[in-house]
Structure formats: C-alpha cells, structure tokens
Write a protein that binds this ligand. Structure first.
Ligand SMILES: Cc1cc2nc3c(=O)[nH]c(=O)nc-3n(C[C@H](O)[C@H](O)[C@H](O)COP(=O)(O)OP(=O)(O)OC[C@H]3O[C@@H](n4cnc5c(N)ncnc54)[C@H](O)[C@@H]3O)c2cc1C
Length: 374
C-alpha cells in the first residue's frame, strides 16, 4: 500500500505555492484512490489559515471554469455545508442528528481502533499512518467509520472523538457529521464497503477477511471477534502555558483567535492586540492531541504579535485587568459555532458562497444553491 507522505508547508508563501500546484481536473478523476491527486489542504482550511473561497478563487484565477472543476468545487462545498449544519443545530451536532443509529452494541472506543488491530490490513495501516502523520485519506476515514459503526456496532461518538483527537485537520462539524453520515444517523442509509472495494482504492490485496463478502450479507454480519473489546476514551489536551498579557487600554481593539481561525491575513493591516484564546473547558469536551495542537501553535506563532492565553473568557478579562463587559465592547473574533459565547463582535467566515445560509437536510440541496451562484 502506498500512503503518500502529506506535503505540509510550514509558511504561508509555500502554502500559496501548494495551492497553485493543485490539478483540480486530475483530482476529480483520482481522488478516491489513496495515492490519488488529493490536495492535503484540509489542515489549513480547517484551521482557517486559508478558506474554501480562497482556494476556489485561486482555481478560477488559473483559468479553470466551474464545469471543468465541479468535483473539486463540490468537495470544498462539503466543508461549508457541514459548517452550516453545525451553525444551525449547535450542540445537537454531538447527538444523533436525524435518527438514532441502529443496532448499537456500546458507546465506547473499540480497542481495535486504538490499537490498529481491526483485522483489515488497509485500515490498520491507515490508522498507523494517522498516528505518524495526523492525516487519513477520505476513503480510509469512510472505511474506518463504516467498519467501526456498521460492522463493529459501536456508537459513532467516541470513535469520532478518537479520530478528531489525532487529525491535523480536526474539525468538529466535518468530523461529527461525517461519522453520523456513515453510521446512518445523518443519512438515509448506512455506508458499507466490502474487501473488494477497499482493495481497489487502497491497493491492498487482502482476501478472506470478514469484509470479503457481498453487499447483501454485510449488514447481517455478526460482530467479528476483533470488535468485541472496548475502552473509555478520556485523553487530555496538552495545552501550553499562557504568555504574559498587557493591560487592555480603553478603546483599544483586541482580536481574539480560536484554533479554527489562524488566518494571517485577517485584519492584518489593523493595529490591535492579538490573542489566541484556548479555553480548557472547550478542550475538555473536544480533546485535541499533541500533533494537531503543535500545528495550531506553529501557525499561531506566525501571526505577528500574537500571544497565547490558556484560560476561560472570564479569566481573560481578569488577566488583562478589565471586565468581560469591556471586552465585549473591544473584542473581535471570527464566527464559529463553538465560540458563540465569546464577547465582542463576530466577523463572518469567508464562505464559498456567503449568500447561501441555513440548514439544508442534504448536501445536494445545499450544493444546488451554491452551484447556481459559483
Ligand atoms: C469519518 C470522517 C471523518 C472526517 N473528519 C474530518 C475532520 O475532522 N476534518 C476535516 O477537515 N475533514 C474531515 N473529513 C472529511 C475529509 O475526509 C477530509 O476533509 C479530507 O480527507 C481532507 O483531505 P484533503 O485536504 O487531501 O482533501 P481533498 O480531497 O483534497 O479535498 C479538498 C478539500 O475539500 C474539503 N473536503 C473534501 N472532502 C470533504 C468531505 N468529505 N467533507 C468535508 N470537506 C471535504 C476539504 O476542505 C479538503 O481540504 C472526514 C470524513 C470522514 C468520512
């Protein structure tokens, strides 16, 4: 199996060059294969370092027309779609959205996932690759979620938190909606993949596994031995210590960054205090591992003058010798459903199509509207 090493630019100019090197036509033809021409841009898009709109516009600037790059544009739109769902339903994202997942045996983390011992060679190699790089190809994420929820019969939430913890591109909306989509809690039917399908797209040659059967039989499969053991998933987020903060002067603006907005161009020409706010309560609910956190801090440190504050919003006011009411007047942050409780004014997210807003029951209903306006 050929798992390419994800190219991960570490500065903004190299990242722009990476965007420029994308071949959206080859992408459309090969994206489902693990060595296909995928972009590896998700860590940057999910962290708000670049936006879906920016990537799409970069393709137009290179002369591509929508009809040539429709597959690529629609994949970018999935990101915005899930974000719109989260915005509309809030914390209901962390429960079964449309209907309860069927045939749930337990609500824990299967050991087979944690130990990369599912018995499916491509998935086990994919998990090892995830542990080494923080990246997993979309098809492998689908296979992993499918075998976990629909064959191993684990409820999607704890496995979803486990994957989120390890991904450089950990995105609450994309991750939790995708797990639910595979498990049939946010889709009309569960997603199954058999061994033949997995071999075709990953290059594995495994035969006689428990998935080596027909699609009629997969939903009826008894839970394989590999999926019998499970554990609690209670990791911690290795949050960094805070930097020293200055006193907030009256009338002085303060730009609050979260780990979903690390855009170095955001209000870049305005003079202001810049603070990355890492709330322990947020990370207790949604733990993030060392690798993704290092990625966040690397990009945060590239924003000129930015300081890190690890603490709750109310503590931030105290640390800057001000009040939350004062912060409310002087703070600006970029909208995100997880941080609706922050003080101040929220700037809009750079949506692919800002005019298409709200909850759409399916991606295709959303995409139809987006497509008309692209
Ligand atoms: C179970 C499961 C969990 C997932 N968890 C996450 C997650 O936590 N964070 C995350 O960013 N993505 C998640 N995805 C979506 C998808 O797998 C990744 O966005 C994609 O694999 C990222 O790799 P790439 O940048 O090379 O993608 P490409 O294929 O090159 O796609 C280009 C861009 O389009 C967007 N995109 C592509 N496919 C999807 C998709 N299915 N959903 C949403 N956006 C998409 C991304 O912004 C991506 O960077 C998950 C998918 C599944 C099935």
């Amino acid at each position: 199996m050929n798992f390419p090493t994800p190219p991960l630019p570490t500065d903004y100019d190299s990242l722009l060059k990476r965007i420029d090197s994308i071949d959206p036509i080859r992408y459309g033809k090969s994206r489902n294969f693990i060595d296909g021409a995928v972009t590896y841009l998700s860590p940057y898009i999910s962290r708000g370092i670049i936006s879906t709109r920016q990537v799409y516009q970069a393709m137009l600037a290179k002369g591509y027309k929508l009809y040539q790059i429709e597959k690529f544009a629609s994949e970018l739109a999935w990101r915005d779609y899930f974000q719109q769902v989260y915005r509309a339903i809030g914390p209901r994202l962390f429960t079964d959205i449309k209907q309860p997942q069927q045939l749930v045996a337990h609500h824990q983390l299967p050991l087979a996932l944690q130990q990369a011992s599912t018995g499916i060679e491509a998935i086990d190699a994919g998990i090892q690759h995830l542990y080494q790089t923080g990246y997993m190809h979309n098809h492998l994420r689908m296979y992993t979620a499918s075998v976990t929820c629909n064959i191993g019969r684990a409820h999607w939430l704890q496995p979803g938190r486990w994957l989120y913890y390890h991904l450089l591109d950990a995105d609450l909306a994309s991750n939790h909606c995708s797990w639910q989509w595979v498990a049939g809690a946010f889709s009309s039917k569960r997603y199954f993949a058999n061994q033949e399908n997995i071999n075709k797209y990953t290059g594995s040659r495994q035969l006689r596994s428990y998935l080596d059967t027909s699609y009629d039989l997969l939903p009826e499969l008894p839970v394989p031995a590999e999926w019998q053991a499970s554990t609690r998933f209670e990791p911690v987020t290795p949050l960094p210590p805070s930097d020293a903060l200055p006193v907030l002067q009256s009338g002085q603006q303060v730009f609050l960054y979260h780990h979903y907005n690390l855009d170095p161009t955001w209000r870049a020409d305005e003079d202001s205090l810049r603070i990355l706010l890492l709330e322990p309560s947020h990370f207790q609910q949604h733990p993030l591992g060392q690798r993704p956190l290092d990625f966040v801090l690397h990009w945060a440190r590239r924003i000129s003058g930015l300081r890190v504050f690890t603490g709750e919003v109310a503590e931030l006011a105290t640390a800057m010798q001000t009040t939350t009411a004062q912060l409310n007047k002087q703070a600006i942050y970029r909208e995100h459903p997880a941080f609706g409780h922050w003080p101040g004014q929220a700037d809009a997210r750079p949506w692919l199509v800002p005019e298409v807003q709200g909850y759409f029951p399916s991606f295709f209903a959303y995409w139809k509207k987006v497509q008309q306006r692209l």
